[in-house]
Design a protein around this ligand. Structure first.
Ligand SMILES: [Zn+2]
Length: 135
């Protein structure tokens, strides 16, 4: 894939700070932030900063590190949102940049994108802060 793909990629722009996000955590290779269309409050996306289309294009180490970051964040997100369970989805129909969805859940059957609703920026900022306090 060429540079044009990455220039247009909304997640690359979030990773480089060109587009603001409600950031939950970040390291050299990955960034976690709240989905602007959450299935439930606290719905977090974890992405590699490097542009690849799907998680399955990542190398073995990076793939492991992405899941390790999901593991590390799931507890703090669950606690911050007082959720019963944490759901994980890899789908990727909307944005062609690898990402994992981490979704706080309270009931079976909630893990559906048909339930996703646009959130207010101020609410996302407040929730991100609440999660960061649990890290
Ligand atoms: Zn990208």
């Amino acid at each position: 894939m060429g540079n044009d793909d990455m220039d247009d990629c909304i997640f690359c722009m979030i990773a480089s700070g060109k587009i603001p996000c409600a950031k939950v955590a970040e390291d050299d290779s990955f960034i976690a932030f709240l989905d602007i269309n959450p299935i439930n409050p606290g719905h977090t996306l974890i992405i590699p900063k490097k542009h690849v289309e799907t998680v399955f294009e990542l190398g073995k180490e990076e793939f492991g590190s992405l899941f390790e970051m999901s593991r590390r964040l799931s507890g703090p997100i669950q606690k911050a949102m007082a959720a019963k369970k944490m759901g994980v989805v890899i789908e990727g129909f909307l944005v062609p940049h690898a990402h994992i969805h981490l979704v706080p859940l309270n009931h079976g059957g909630e893990l559906s994108f048909s339930r996703a609703k646009k959130a207010e920026a101020k609410d996302l900022a407040m929730i991100a802060e609440r999660i960061r306090q649990q890290l």
